[in-house]
Design a protein around this ligand. Structure first.
Ligand code: E4P
Length: 286
């Protein structure tokens, strides 16, 4: 069974067909899938979906305290900063970026601010020297494209930011950008449906065989993250507030409360679990 909904980067065309159990989902429309495959020219890039990498979550912030909190949950794969986010913080921006790198132990985007290619490249090289996890963030424009090419040629990973259309995404990917940051919230702010644009970008890059990873950015609410995951974006970078919102569901809280109350109605069961835990701790020391 072919699956046109598969837009993940690991789909590099190694397999002739894309196998996915989730196609059994009620409401699955096979005709739509096949039509989409034809439209996207995806058949040659079809993949074994069982091997798909899960979406990675980054935090979008300049706040070390926020990174400390969210990193403690164990769900972060990286972080993105930008000049506006860092400008809100006290302290040395280089130290902030280095601390975030240590905390997330994954790619951390730090952005250049110069306007000409040479200065962008020089800033990018200097930012990269802050920490091995630094990814240089470069704004989208023709100077940014040239700077991206030069930094990539130096072996420096680049996150091309402020991408709002499939054409811009194509150019960013053509420059060799490691990541292409597609902004959702700022599109919605001007009444352009970010989900539609993000899907067009994903389709365009994948059908064109581009290997840049798509970062869904400018995320304003949890539904943006879900949309990014559904569309096969490799990464969603979300503010701490949105990541916190993703935790919550009233049924989870009510369910946990009920489990606790039921367990406490049997004090001897509580004793038993404490004993079991202590016995194990005494035997293993950890
Ligand atoms: C992306 O990396 C940017 O830092 C960020 O997502 C911008 O989001 P905003 O539109 O909420 O400022």
């Amino acid at each position: 069974m072919l699956n046109a909904n598969c837009k993940r980067l690991p789909c590099k065309g190694e397999n002739a067909a894309c196998l996915q159990g989730s196609l059994d989902t009620p409401g699955y429309d096979g005709n739509r899938v096949l039509a989409a495959i034809a439209a996207l020219g995806r058949a040659r890039a079809a993949c074994a979906c069982s091997n798909l990498a899960p979406i990675r979550l980054f935090i979008d912030t300049g706040s070390v305290a926020e990174v400390e909190e969210i990193a403690s949950w164990g769900i972060l794969s990286g972080a993105t900063t930008n000049p506006s986010l860092l400008a809100k913080e006290d302290g040395d921006p280089g130290e902030i970026v280095q601390r975030i790198c240590e905390l997330v132990r994954g790619p951390v985007s730090a952005e250049v601010v110069s306007q000409d290619v040479e200065s962008m490249v020089n800033e990018g090289r200097a930012l990269r020297e802050l920490h091995q996890h630094v990814t240089v963030k470069v704004p989208f424009n023709k100077e940014g494209l040239a700077a991206t090419k030069a930094l990539i040629d130096d072996g420096i990973p680049v996150n091309m930011t402020l991408v709002f259309s499939p054409n811009q995404a194509l150019l960013a990917a053509a420059s060799g950008a490691t990541y292409v940051s597609c902004f959702m919230g700022r599109l919605d702010d001007i009444s352009i449906d970010s989900a539609v644009v993000l899907e067009e970008i994903a389709d365009t890059l994948r059908a064109g065989g581009m290997t840049s990873e798509i970062i869904a950015a400018s995320i304003r609410h949890p539904e943006h993250v879900v949309t990014a995951a559904r569309l096969g974006c490799e990464i969603a970078t979300a503010p701490a507030k949105v990541l916190e919102q993703m935790l919550n569901h009233p049924l989870t809280e009510a369910g946990a409360e009920k489990f606790r109350a039921d367990w406490e109605s049997r004090p001897e069961f509580g004793e038993w679990l404490r004993g079991l835990t202590e016995k194990r701790l005494a035997a293993t020391g950890s």
